[in-house]
Design a protein around this ligand. Structure first.
Ligand SMILES: Nc1ncnc2c1ncn2[C@@H]1O[C@H](COP(=O)(O)OP(=O)(O)OP(=O)(O)O)[C@@H](O)[C@H]1O
Ligand SMILES: [Mg+2]
Length: 288
């Protein structure tokens, strides 16, 4: 690992952990600025505190900021893994609560610049990790760029973050439509952020679900909401997860409820009984 916050070699995997299934979840959105990075960082923090080995993969290769939100200054990043210069273990750093962070690549604009072989390097590195992870949370960029598609296709589960703004909903719809129609992704879970109330959040979900059901013949699932909370903005200023800084804040309670849901779910398992980090077959055979 890269620096003093790195994982010490003594932190060995617990016995029997090798067969433990891991879940790869992308946290994505159509529109920018809806709260993906904060949600990812906080869910990772809460899951890590609950002794789930959790890695955040900063997949926003444009404006990387999970390291800023967590107050980290990493030396290496995803780019070095993708190009094979460093191993995943050399690049990962430890954040608050024991989160493992794979910092975003600076130096590549688009994943399109990378060769197929380079993209597969990341998958191989994840599959080869000595310490199996319980969760890999991928904080993607907003929109429908090739980068976003790559990480969403690689994920086993997709959480789409929206706010109540109409543009956030139309952009989320566009993202879901492409992932469903062009890439055969069928399972989407909606997280409504900056909600004014649970009722309002539900209504936002119903609106989007109605549209996907009507026009795409696809129903989406509701994961939950995070309430609008000025304390979250304060936590950003302090470069700490709100869940760490303000454990009793309303937004923290919402984030904890969502983390609980993820914590208690049974991961979907492959035919061979394992859940692989990435759907390599999609990346090798399908459209990217
Ligand atoms: N629940 C919330 N309550 C209040 N403010 C929030 C909440 N969630 C996010 N914010 C505000 O929105 C800002 C943007 O959040 P964040 O950077 O996590 O969004 P993002 O979706 O990752 O953005 P980008 O698309 O640019 O990556 C935060 O800095 C914070 O000020
Ligand atoms: Mg972000």
């Amino acid at each position: 690992m890269a620096d003093s916050t790195a994982l010490s070699p003594g932190c060995a995997a617990s016995p029997g952990a090798v067969s433990r299934p891991s879940r790869v979840i992308s946290i994505t959105s159509g529109k920018g600025g809806v709260g993906k990075t904060n949600i990812t960082a906080n869910l990772a923090y809460i899951l890590s505190r609950k002794r789930k080995k959790t890695m955040v993969l900063d997949a926003d290769t444009g404006l990387a900021n999970i390291d800023i939100i967590l107050g980290l200054t990493p030396t290496y990043n995803l780019y070095h893994v993708l190009t094979g210069e460093k191993t995943l273990e050399e690049v990962m750093v430890r954040g608050p609560g024991g989160i493992l962070v794979l910092p975003a690549a600076s130096g590549i604009g688009e994943m399109a610049d990378l060769t197929r072989g380079q993209k597969l390097t990341l998958l191989d590195e994840l599959n080869a990790l000595k310490e199996p992870l319980d969760f890999v949370l991928m904080d993607t960029a907003a929109g429908i760029s090739q980068n976003v598609m790559y990480f969403n296709l690689a994920a086993e589960e997709i959480i789409v973050v929206v706010t109540s703004e109409p543009t956030s909903l139309t952009d989320a719809y566009a993202l879901i439509k492409i992932l469903y129609q062009r890439h055969a992704k069928k399972r989407f879970r909606l997280l409504v952020n900056m909600a004014r109330s649970a009722v309002q959040a539900r209504e936002v979900f119903e609106r989007l679900n109605h549209a996907t059901d009507h026009f795409l013949n696809l129903t989406i699932d509701y994961l939950g909401h995070v309430i609008y909370d000025a304390k979250l903005q304060e936590a950003v200023q302090f470069q700490k997860p709100i869940a760490e800084l303000y454990p009793a804040a309303p937004a923290t309670r919402c984030l904890r409820a969502i983390a609980e849901t993820l914590y208690h779910e049974k991961p979907e398992v492959d035919e061979d009984g394992t859940l692989r980090f990435f759907r390599k077959n999609i990346l090798t055979n399908g459209r990217e």
